[in-house]
Design a protein around this ligand. Structure first.
Ligand code: CA
Length: 220
């Protein structure tokens, strides 16, 4: 999962980025409206966290531009407590939800999961594949009745593959989904995660497609 965070306040931005990375998401951080617009035109994101009061171009302008281009990426706006009118304008301009600052990290990640779930059209949040069950809400995994103790990145990687069984994703694509801009990625990080997942779950859930990438088979 790769998210775009648009926030000009360095302290708020840094803490949000830290929470989300701990949760296993790749996060790109744009510090003003222009930077956000450029990022949105060039990268595919799973979701956008959008502050409204921004230098260069306001969050509302970014949002309106996005929807004018027909981009339906879920947008969660971040607003100040007293900015009721902004919040209403944001929702009217195509935002999917909002959070009032300051907010609790658990509430932020819960709202993100709800939006992603709504987008994926899954009323039922559990992903069940073979003898494996992943709960994207609680990050719990169960395999043959036991907890395989996946790390946050391993869980995110497996979830990414299981969301589109049968589709081959390249290493670059997986890195893109797991890591954000400027985040140090070891050249073999994806291989290491996959090795560890196979150690914990066996080899059935992730197949290597030589020279192309990895996929979760439709029927493990
Ligand atoms: Ca701001």
């Amino acid at each position: 999962m790769r998210l775009l965070l648009v926030e000009d306040d360095p302290l708020i931005g840094e803490s949000i980025r830290k929470w989300l990375r701990k949760d296993g998401a790749g996060v790109d951080w744009a510090h003003d409206g222009e930077e956000a617009e450029t990022a949105l035109k060039t990268e595919p994101y799973s979701l956008v966290l959008l502050d409204l009061g921004l230098p260069e171009k306001s969050g509302l302008e970014v949002l309106r531009g996005l929807r004018r281009r027909g981009d339906t990426v879920p947008v969660l706006i971040l607003t100040a407590r007293d900015a009721v009118a902004d919040r209403v304008r944001g929702l009217d301009s195509g935002a999917d939800d909002y959070l009032v600052k300051p907010f609790d990290p658990d509430e932020l990640t819960a709202r993100i999961r709800a939006l992603l779930r709504r987008r994926a059209g899954r009323a039922q949040p559990l992903i069940v594949h073979g003898g494996l069950t992943l709960n994207p809400v609680t990050h719990e995994a169960e395999y043959e009745g036991k907890d395989p103790s996946l790390s946050a990145r391993e869980f995110a990687l497996l979830l990414t593959l299981l969301e589109t069984p049968g589709a081959v994703l390249s290493r670059a694509k997986l890195e893109e989904r797991l890591y954000g801009w400027g985040e140090e990625v070891e050249s073999n990080a994806v291989e290491v995660h996959i090795h560890n997942i196979r150690r914990k779950l066996g080899r059935d859930f992730i197949r290597t497609v030589r020279g192309v990438g990895y996929m979760a088979p439709k029927n493990p």
